[in-house]
Write a protein that binds this ligand. Structure first.
Ligand code: UDP
Length: 320
């Protein structure tokens, strides 16, 4: 997409959405950001509102969308466990009704549409690293299933709109991502550990800390999404994430070192169905998108720490 296009980003006020909107605006596109602000923030919107070609639409993706657009990035859905488990029925509705509304719009506008799916479709995986052909190991009755099964159902809808109505779909399976503009209170491991370390509070490790995740810096991730959108005829799911795997014990040590924190580590119960390991096989993205992450973990963490330092200073000046 080299011309100036009208692009809809659902969930554009959230962590990934706001980065994506900014990148698209910098490329000269007009961006419609549709968000109900359930987890998206005014802080993110304030930055984006400085661009004249940015328009905010305060709407829930569960309601039909009436716009004329050239392309759609569909990101709207609470994504951290504490946020998506707060109202699990609404989470499933957001995934399923949101997908239907976005796909109807894409069909009507004949616009390409990218869906932000998730590594959670692999559940607590028996195959490692996870390739796109692996069908996953999801507990359909557990507390994570509102998110996991919602996203799986949305993938199914995307594939069926492609097969039945020839909608030009893309499916990105996004693995753990971190960076500036994460919510300080979303309970995710990187935001929790950094905020705890900066305040010299205990670092809360769940379980024995040997479970692993693979963390992708947000700039790399956004580039991967845009490459996927720009790659024609790629209608099957593609993993987008960083294949360098770390345990939570390792992450805690790295963050304590980078912040120079005096925090100790405390161990807590592991949440139900918490996956033991997670690491993307990104062969498909490398070969078909010519994409792979380039930002080293330490570089990305330093930028994220600087962001949270600023957020903490801001919140202190508000409470004083
Ligand atoms: N986690 C942790 N301490 C925290 C928050 C999370 O040890 O304060 C663990 C969590 O149990 C999981 C991992 O870190 O094993 C990643 O959690 P996150 O919620 O960031 O992502 P997800 O589980 O959705 O991959």
């Amino acid at each position: 997409m080299t011309a100036k296009n009208k692009i809809l980003v659902t969930g554009g006020a959230g962590f990934l959405g706001s980065h994506l909107c900014q990148r698209l605006l910098e490329k000269g596109h007009t961006v419609y950001c549709l968000d109900n602000l359930y987890t998206g923030t005014d802080r993110n919107l304030n930055t984006l509102s400085k661009f004249s070609d940015f328009e905010f639409i305060h709407q829930d993706v569960c309601n039909p969308i009436h716009l004329k657009v050239d392309a759609i990035y569909h990101l709207a859905c609470p994504a951290s466990p504490i946020h998506y488990q707060r109202d699990p029925i609404q989470t499933t509705k957001t995934s399923v009704l949101g997908a239907l509304n976005v796909l109807d719009l894409a069909k009507h506008c004949r616009a390409p549409v990218l869906f932000s799916s998730t590594s959670e479709v692999y559940g607590d995986p028996h195959v490692h690293p996870q390739c796109e052909e692996y069908w996953g190991n999801v507990n359909s009755a557990g507390p994570r299933s509102c998110y996991d099964e919602g996203k799986r159902c949305a993938e199914s809808l995307f594939m069926d709109y492609h097969r039945m109505h020839h909608v030009d779909i893309r499916i990105a399976r996004i693995f753990n991502t971190y960076g500036p503009q994460m919510c300080a209170n979303d309970g995710r491991v990187i935001s929790n550990f950094i905020v705890q370390a900066l305040q010299n509070k205990d670092i809360t490790i769940y379980g024995n800390g040997e479970q692993s995740r693979s963390f992708c810096y947000v700039d790399d991730l956004i580039l991967g999404l845009m490459r996927l959108m720009e790659t024609p005829k790629l209608h099957s799911p593609v993993n987008i994430g960083n294949p360098i795997e770390k345990s939570m014990n390792e992450i805690a040590k790295i963050i304590i070192n980078l912040t120079g924190s005096r925090s100790s580590i405390s161990y807590h119960a592991l949440p139900i169905d918490d996956p033991k390991q997670r690491c993307p096989d990104i062969t498909k993205a490398k070969e078909l998108l010519n994409w792979e992450p380039i930002v080293p973990l330490e570089t990305g963490l330093r930028k994220t720490i600087a962001y949270f330092q600023a957020v903490l200073v801001e919140s202190q000046s508000v409470t004083q």
